[in-house]
Design a protein around this ligand. Structure first.
Ligand code: 4AD
Ligand code: MG
Length: 459
């Protein structure tokens, strides 16, 4: 019977003294004169299983030559282990070598740097660290879907190719089928001849389209890739990343903070429960005390403070800043770090100066700030960005004109304010930043399978 290692770990008593067939890969091989041990992984569990064999087997000599990385089919008996490191092991009866692996296989059982493994990204899920990271990625995705589905949200698939720049930051990857060589020679571009008859790009956010569905379903969420041609080489920026964007009708800024807090605690709880081995590994080897930090989060109340009051705290702090904090301006990485340490946990910063935020955010009565909220967490910085949306047709048009945007190009979006419009809010959770926070792995390049960053698009 072919079994998954994961099933054996789930309830070993069902398998003790029984014969099983396992299919998987050699992680490590220690041989002695008369017997040997193979650390074996079939990928279904974070933990390896130990295979033991001895020279009573007729092909002992060839088994002893099996190399790290090879794929095997193993028939053996699950037995109580004599060693103290594991509870049980598999005594080999027979091994079939399915795929050999040469000595130059890069993932040998020793410490590799994360930089080296990034270059070997197609092999890195075979290491403990990355195996844990990408299983947690899968489990966290399930947590998010479960959270929203259980609460009646509709999963909305936003288009990836779009004609609108949601964030207005001009960081879009253009999509074109025009022959750029010919365009360069002729010296002019005629976008009416382009594939879609106009300029188009990869989406930076599915929010605007999600708003249209929120006006029909009340509660929706997206979960998909987004793209930003942002030339920032930091540990938390990628050119392609996944975002979750809930959009909720009849919800204001406080309501959206309540949802964010509840959602985040749910995800953390879910991952701690469903990825026990992986989380213990991170807490021991990647970020000491990670499980404690996450458990504390579940039981804490997140701080809510305005941008104005944050700047006040920063200005009063006895710190030599690289960038001086200012009331009308964005906050820098060093400020984010200070403020999450100051409050010792996640912090909602609300009511941002309108000039540093996007056009669709609701203008506050002061005419200076907007009903926006960013959630800052220790380590990952800005984890979530959200706002109440401007529901007033005239105010929205006025803001677009101030920002030199063409209202005619977004008629459908503006019409939402005319056709039964209502107050509504939403937010965007950066999935990789969430994983940085959940795993303690600091670099965004190490929590997405094939990272795309400026100058890098391998695999
Ligand atoms: O703050 P942002 O730009 O907000 C939006 O896109 C809104 N449309 C969201 C909404 O209200 N529906 O991005 C949201 C989040 C950030 O807080 C961050 O976690 C993540 O997306 N993010 C990035 N993650 C990785 N690499 C990048 N370059 C990112 N840019 C934003
Ligand atoms: Mg933001």
């Amino acid at each position: 019977m072919i079994v998954d290692v994961r099933d054996i770990y789930k309830d070993v008593s069902k398998y003790i003294d029984k014969e099983v067939v396992l299919q998987g890969w050699v992680r490590n091989h220690r041989r002695q004169k008369e017997f040997g041990f193979i650390d074996f992984s079939d990928g279904t569990a974070f933990k390896n299983i130990q295979l033991v064999y001895d020279n009573s087997l007729k092909d002992f000599e060839s088994i002893a030559k099996i190399k790290v990385g090879s794929s095997l089919e193993v028939r053996g008996m699950v037995i109580k282990s004599e060693g103290s490191l594991q509870e049980f092991e598999v005594k080999v009866l027979n091994i079939k070598l399915l795929g050999d692996c040469p000595d130059e296989y890069p993932i040998q059982p020793k410490r590799h740097t994360r930089e080296f493994l990034r270059e070997q990204a197609y092999l890195r899920p075979r290491t403990n660290l990355f195996n844990a990271v990408f299983r947690v990625r899968s489990i966290a995705a399930m947590a998010i879907h479960t959270y929203f589905q259980e609460r009646g949200y509709v999963y909305f698939h936003a288009p990836l190719i779009t004609a609108s720049d949601c964030e207005g930051a001009g960081q879009m990857f253009q999509v074109t089928t025009l022959d750029l060589d010919r365009v360069a020679k002729s010296g002019n571009v005629d976008y009416s001849k382009d594939f879609f008859g106009k300029t188009t790009a990869l989406t930076v956010s599915g929010q605007l389209e999600a708003e249209t569905f929120a006006m029909a379903y009340k509660k929706v969420y997206t979960f998909g890739p987004t793209f930003r041609a942002e030339n920032s080489n930091t540990k938390t920026h990628a050119s392609e990343f996944w975002m979750i964007e809930p959009e909720i009708a009849f919800c204001d800024l406080n309501g959206v903070m309540d949802i964010e807090e509840d959602m985040l605690k749910y995800i953390v709880k879910y991952v701690l429960e469903h990825a026990k081995d992986e989380m213990e590994f991170f807490s021991k080897y990647v970020e000491k005390g990670l499980i404690e930090k996450l458990t504390k989060l579940i039981n804490s109340k997140f701080t809510r403070i305005s941008h104005h009051d944050v700047i006040k705290i920063l200005k009063e702090a006895k710190v030599k800043w690289e960038f001086e904090p200012e009331y009308g301006e964005d906050i820098a990485r060093e400020h984010e770090k200070y403020i999450t340490e100051y409050f010792d946990g996640p912090v909602f910063i609300t009511d941002w100066p309108k000039d540093i935020k996007a056009f669709y955010m609701k203008l506050n009565p002061d005419n200076e700030t907007v009903a926006a909220v960013d959630l800052e967490v220790p380590g990952a910085g800005e984890l979530i960005g959200g706002s109440e949306r401007e529901a007033d047709y005239d105010k929205l048009i006025k803001r677009m004109k101030e920002l030199n945007m063409d209202p005619a190009s977004m008629e459908w979006y503006l019409n939402l304010r005319k056709f039964g419009g209502c107050y509504h809010s939403g937010f965007g959770l950066g999935f990789e930043r969430l994983l940085i926070y959940l795993t303690g792995v600091e670099n965004i390049r190490d929590v997405i399978p094939y990272p795309r960053t400026p100058g890098n698009c391998d695999f």
